[in-house]
Design a protein around this ligand. Sequence first.
Ligand code: C2E
Ligand code: CA
Ligand code: CA
Ligand code: CA
Length: 281
Amino acid sequence: AKFTGKRCLAVFDDAMHASVLKRLQMEASLRSAVKHDELRLEYQPIFDVQTSHIVGLESLVRWQQPSTGLTQPMDFIPLAEETGLIVPIGGWVLEEACRAIGELNAARPGSQDISISVNVSKRQIAEPDFVEQLGATLARHDVHQRQLNLEITESLIMDSPEGIVDRLHEIRKLGVRLYMDDFGTGHSSLSCLHRFPIDVLKIDRSFVSTMETNDDYESIIHAIITLAHNLNTTVIAEGIETAQQLSRLRELECDLGQGYLFSQPKPLAEVLAIVRQHEQQ
Ligand code: C2E
Ligand code: CA
Ligand code: CA
Ligand code: CA
């Protein structure tokens, strides 16, 4: 019995060792990802559910390592947040998104009606010079504040001390719009919404994907849309995958949508082609 116990312990140790090692290696690679130019952004169109016009693009980061291949954000953003690497990574994302806005405008001279939304983490927003850097990045790329939106999660707002709300007001004073991401997954109640400076609310994909099979979810979506509209807040439904979901959301007077039905996230050049194609129709 003693022998087995020891053996088990040894195996457990090895597994622990391996996972710690893997994490450390990943952290080391992630640390140099920006420097080695391994990050890139894809963009997913945000469209008007009534007219199907493209009104915006959401930027989504990807990590392409020469050795390991493509890593999705779910597999490295949490580590980046824990280690603080999200600060330089997020800085790169903002820079790249602003550069993309310039490219978007150059491709469609005379119209600056499409905005780009960038996901930002709590750690990033909490940096003392975040607002200053944001303003500087916009200026450097000659981007109008109205063309940039920041997506923050519900939990970022709910779990944060008062200071974060002041920060959100500062960001909004710059003229950048704030989107509340993944709405419905956190702990906030609908009645708290008016306390935060939020322009757009994104209904989490889990609600949209369940609405066809569960009427309760459709009722929740309906309630969110009604309340948001009473607060003059725009609503985006995430993760629309079927024509049926889209037509139901249209009936519920949802404003905007995103999802594989319309388009998957794509490199900028491909998304620009979709934008142009839509404008010719
Ligand atoms: P998110 O902000 O909620 O982004 C939406 C995710 O849903 C994206 O996954 C997108 O590709 C996926 N998606 C869009 N439409 C559909 C659909 O119709 N069906 C399904 N099944 N999925 C859909 P992605 O790109 O893997 O990103 C995952 C998460 O990683 C994002 O969730 C966001 O929280 C985070 N993330 C991505 N880019 C950044 C970034 O630049 N900074 C930070 N801080 N987080 C990021
Ligand atoms: Ca998002
Ligand atoms: Ca989301
Ligand atoms: Ca999500």
